[in-house]
Design a protein around this ligand. Structure first.
Ligand code: HEC
Length: 210
């Protein structure tokens, strides 16, 4: 009897805790989404997504840059996306409104400490760009921004620049280069969201999307 009472009491406590969690949770999620949503200055610059290093990591490439760079300076790039957009991608195979993707460029270094042959990333950030989906704001739904430093305001790259052309013509999902993001490519394949452009290139070059 006493034991039962204990069970009832602890069950009630659990229920109360669960209810509190339910009540608190949506607020926290909304807050996180608001924090990670893109924000702009009145002049149309993008505010820097200062916590992007705590977002979801998608990939690193080496010497993938299509911009002019100093000769003989190998570079790594790292791609991150806000967690809300990542979870939505896992469920749907494509990006929701308010997706923010960050490309961070770092110098590739060698001959460090005990390592003589490999490459590792330097501490200095050489460049940063974002790719932002904001359907109501941009005519093509997406826009690119260029940041001089990770904490400076981002300059909008005008529609028609090479960034839009290459991403539109070659990217695997919704103008983003999912073919280079190993955790996302299988999802896009399964959800059948690969772009016609990508599927055509794949068929022509015979490189299967694995
Ligand atoms: C010739 C093709 C090409 C051009 C031009 C290009 N990119 Fe990309 N971009 C890529 C590829 C390939 C990736 C895949 C990620 C990587 O480089 O590791 C990428 C990835 C990105 C990403 C990560 C999110 C995503 O969409 O996949 C951003 C942000 C980005 N590029 C910004 C830019 C900006 C800004 C410009 C113009 C100044 C630009 N890109 C021009 C090919 C291109």
């Amino acid at each position: 009897m006493r034991l039962n009472l204990f069970v009832v009491t602890s069950a009630a406590a659990c229920l109360a805790a669960a209810l509190t969690a339910v009540v608190l949770h949506p607020g926290e999620v909304a807050h996180a989404a608001a924090v990670n949503a893109p924000a702009y200055t009145p002049a149309g610059e993008m505010l820097p997504p200062t916590n992007y290093r705590e977002w979801i990591y998608l990939s690193s490439g080496i010497d993938m840059s299509y911009n002019a760079k100093p000769a003989d300076m190998p570079m790594f790039d790292n791609v991150f996306v806000n967690p809300e957009a990542y979870r939505s991608f896992l469920a749907t195979g494509t990006w929701p409104d308010k997706t923010v993707m960050v490309l961070e460029v770092r110098e590739a270094r060698g001959n460090g400490s005990i390592n003589q042959h490999g490459h590792f990333q330097g501490t200095q950030i050489m460049g940063m760009e974002t790719h932002v989906k904001d359907e109501a704001r941009f005519p093509g739904k997406w826009a690119f921004f260029d940041f001089e430093t990770p904490t400076s305001k981002g300059t909008l790259i005008p529609q028609g620049a090479a960034c839009y052309t290459c991403h539109g013509a070659h990217a695997a999902v919704d103008t983003t280069f999912v073919q280079f993001y190993p955790t996302l490519l299988p999802v896009a394949k399964e959800k059948h969201t690969l772009s016609a452009e990508f599927l055509k290139e794949e068929a022509e070059h015979g490189t299967p999307a694995k």
